[in-house]
Structures are given as structure tokens and as C-alpha cells.
Design a protein around this ligand. Structure first.
Ligand SMILES: [Zn+2]
Length: 418
């Protein structure tokens, strides 16, 4: 009887976990293989729109997305937000500014041409830099059966002073550039040019650490332009690894971390919903490498391995979606450090009160078209895609990024490599 007790406990625990996971979001289905050769995109015309009654809208800023403006009545103005091309994931990014000759109060109707639904809770800014969530009393979404409203309505007060409205609280590429410049002030951080995007923006990797390249890590984010919360988690993660803490110093002596914070600068600068300037979803191009961004990074990694004889032991790709979810590789497959990813996720999550991480290991054992799959199947790097919720509180994102880095360092610092 005695020997049955642990088994019963394990069974009860398994049932409990199974019940828990029922309430968790199941994440996206299997990823389809799609063609990744260039496709035309519609270029957004940069302009100021006269909405009548002395009210003006403009998309003349980096990161903007605003295609048409139409006054529907005295107090309702429709803004049309259209994608760069189709088919596309229906998650519209928007960003624009407005002002009026006299103080006005009116509603903005967000319309997505029947292609997208209203995904991002609006943020406003008075200087184009610091954005805050709008008051929820001023934002309304019609309820639909699928919880995917095709429109959103926002009440605004306009004046001579410009008001910025955007889908997330940072817009354009400047904030990423500033962050990189800040990191580059440290002796052990340097940047490596690995290529150029279609529109001539530099594709850059940061090197963090002073080790030989025997054991390396790779971190990327913003393959999909609107996915700011993923970027913020990546930022918190990297900032922990550059700290002047004993753990971080030790880590940097043993490992080099390579970071590509903005995989798709053209997409971000143009306010794209999903694709790069060649009209392609970069996270479907990690087998064919038709695109400059994926080609440059994979060439860089493969060259690093060839030059140093070293290997990538960890890789992470940060994204955003409905709620926090980790996509990991099939746990039966072994990379360069079996068990590393589940251990890091579980240990870091345990430190956050009442948080049970939603972890979705891949059930297949074949290589697919995503970065996560490339990192694992080509480099045997233990890898994950961390998708951060669009509305996860910023302080929780910070905590998650930080704890992931801390637990990762603890494990990697102890590891003896042959
Ligand atoms: Zn994404």
C-alpha cells in the first residue's frame, strides 16, 4: 500500500495540472508553410488629411499607419487602417497624429477594411514619445460573437496642440536605436553590421560578453512590427545580462550573447501589420531564407559557428499575442543542453505570485519555418518563442524578462562544458 501513495499523488497532481491547463489558452495551431519570395506591398502615402471643421490628421511620422480619413457626421470621423498586402494576419497596427484649429470633441471610428479586427487598446501621447492608455470610458468596441470586433470607437478632445494616437506605447525605430546606444556605452558591448534591409536600414547584432565563442546565445525580437510587448520582455531580459552583478559578470566571462532587437526595421518604420518591405512574414522564412533579414542572421550564426568551432546553447525569439505563452521544442528531442528551457521557464515563473506559465511544447519532431525551429534543428540551441500578451502590465513584463535572465544565468554559470 505504501508504495502506491507516491503514484496516487503523482496521478492527482497530473489531473490537477490537466484541469488547470484547460483554462489556459491553447495558442496557435500548426504553422503553415508559405511562399516567401518577394510580394508587392502598398506604400502608404505620407500626408495630412483635412477632416473638415478645422480638424486635421497626419501620418507624417515614422511608424505611422493611417490610410484614409473620412468625416461621417458632425461628431464621427472614420480612420481607415489598411495592411501592407494580403493575405495577412489580421492584427492591425495604427499610429497617427491629429490637431484642430479650435478645441473639439468627437469620436474616431477605427475601420480595417474588413480585413482586420481591433486588436490594440489605444494609447495617446502629447509629445509623441510618452504614451499612456486612453481612459477606458472613452473607448468602445462593439461586441461580436467571435470577440473580434471589426471596429473600435475612441472619444478624443482635440486642440491646436498635437495629439498622437497609436496601437502601442512606443512608435518607430528611434527608441530601439537609443536603447542600443545606451548598451554600447559598456566596454563589453559592441555592434556588428550583418546586412541591410530593402529600404537601406542597417541590420545589426549586438555582441555582449567577453568570452571566446565556444558557447553562444542568440536573442531576437520584432520580426512582426507591432509586437512591442515582446520587445519589452527582450529588453528586460538583456538588461539583466549586462548588469554589474556577480552572476552577470561570471556569465559574460563564459558566454557571448548576440542580440538582434529589431529583426524587421522596415516593417516598424512603415507601420506594417506583419510583413517586411518585401511583403513577407519573416517568421515563415527560416528554411528558404529569401529575405535579407533572415538570410543575414542565419549567415551570421553559421559563420560564427564555423569560425569559432563553438555552438549556440540557447536562443529565444520574443513576440506578442493575446496572453503570455511559451512555445518550446518537443521535450523528447535533445539539443545542446537538454532540459534547459523548461527549467528556466519553471524556475522564473515560480517567483511570480499566482502565475502558472502557459508552456506549449511542439508535438512534432520535424523542422518548420520559424526562427525557433531553425535555432533548434540547425544549431541544436535550446530555444523558445516567448509570446507576451498585448496588455500584460509593463511591470509584469519587466519581472518576467528579468527573472528569465537570472534563472538562465544561474544554470549556465554552473554548467561545465567539455
Ligand atoms: Zn509575432
Amino acid at each position: 500500500m505504501k508504495s502506491f501513495l507516491p503514484r496516487i499523488l503523482i496521478l492527482l497532481f497530473t489531473i490537477l495540472m490537466a484541469c488547470k491547463s484547460v483554462s489556459q489558452w491553447e495558442g496557435q495551431g500548426p504553422i503553415q508553410i508559405i511562399e516567401t519570395t518577394d510580394k508587392p506591398i502598398a506604400i502608404q502615402t505620407k500626408q495630412t488629411f483635412d477632416a473638415g471643421d478645422g480638424v486635421f490628421f497626419s501620418n507624417e511620422l515614422e511608424g505611422a499607419r493611417l490610410n484614409e480619413v473620412e468625416r461621417l457626421n458632425d461628431t464621427l470621423i472614420q480612420v481607415s487602417i489598411l495592411p501592407e498586402n494580403q493575405p495577412i494576419n489580421p492584427s492591425p497596427w495604427y499610429g497617427f497624429k491629429l490637431w484642430s484649429e479650435q478645441a473639439k470633441e468627437f469620436w474616431i471610428q477605427f475601420s480595417y477594411g474588413g480585413i482586420g479586427f481591433h486588436r490594440y487598446f489605444p494609447k495617446t501621447s502629447k509629445d509623441g514619445v510618452d504614451f499612456v492608455n486612453v481612459d477606458s470610458a472613452n473607448f468602445f468596441q462593439p461586441k461580436t460573437e467571435e470577440r473580434r470586433p471589426e471596429m473600435g470607437f475612441l472619444k478624443v478632445k482635440s486642440s491646436k496642440d498635437t495629439l498622437w494616437i497609436a496601437a502601442q506605447d512606443r512608435i518607430g525605430t528611434a527608441h530601439v536605436q537609443n536603447w542600443k546606444e545606451e548598451l554600447l556605452k559598456k566596454d563589453f558591448v559592441s555592434k556588428i553590421a550583418i546586412g541591410e534591409s530593402k529600404q537601406g536600414r542597417p541590420l545589426e547584432v549586438l555582441k555582449i560578453g567577453e568570452a571566446d565563442d565556444r558557447q553562444m546565445l542568440m536573442v531576437i525580437s520584432m520580426q512582426h512590427p507591432p509586437e512591442l510587448t515582446g520587445f519589452l520582455a527582450m529588453e528586460a531580459f538583456v538588461e539583466e545580462l549586462v548588469k554589474d552583478s556577480p552572476e552577470a559578470r561570471k556569465f559574460r566571462e563564459k558566454y557571448n550573447l548576440y542580440v538582434m532587437p529589431q529583426m524587421n526595421p522596415d516593417g516598424v518604420a512603415n507601420g506594417h501589420w506583419r510583413h517586411n518591405a518585401r511583403g513577407i512574414d519573416l517568421n515563415r522564412d527560416w528554411v528558404n531564407f529569401n529575405q535579407p533579414e533572415t538570410k543575414a542572421l542565419s549567415d551570421f550564426m553559421e559563420q560564427k559557428v564555423a569560425e569559432s568551432g563553438g555552438k549556440f546553447v540557447f536562443a529565444a525569439d520574443f513576440h506578442s499575442t493575446w496572453e503570455d505563452i511559451f512555445y518550446t521544442n518537443n521535450e523528447e528531442l535533445e539539443g545542446n543542453f537538454p532540459g534547459l528551457i523548461p527549467k528556466v521557464i519553471k524556475r522564473s515563473s515560480k517567483r511570480i505570485p499566482d502565475y502558472i506559465p502557459n508552456i506549449r511544447p511542439n508535438e512534432g519532431n520535424q523542422r518548420s519555418v520559424t526562427s525557433n525551429s531553425y535555432f533548434f534543428f540547425v544549431h541544436q540551441a535550446e530555444s523558445m518563442t516567448f509570446e507576451v500578451g498585448d496588455n500584460t502590465p509593463r511591470e509584469v513584463i519587466q519581472m518576467k524578462g528579468q527573472y528569465l535572465a537570472q534563472e538562465l544565468m544561474k544554470i549556465l554559470n554552473k554548467k561545465k562544458w567539455k
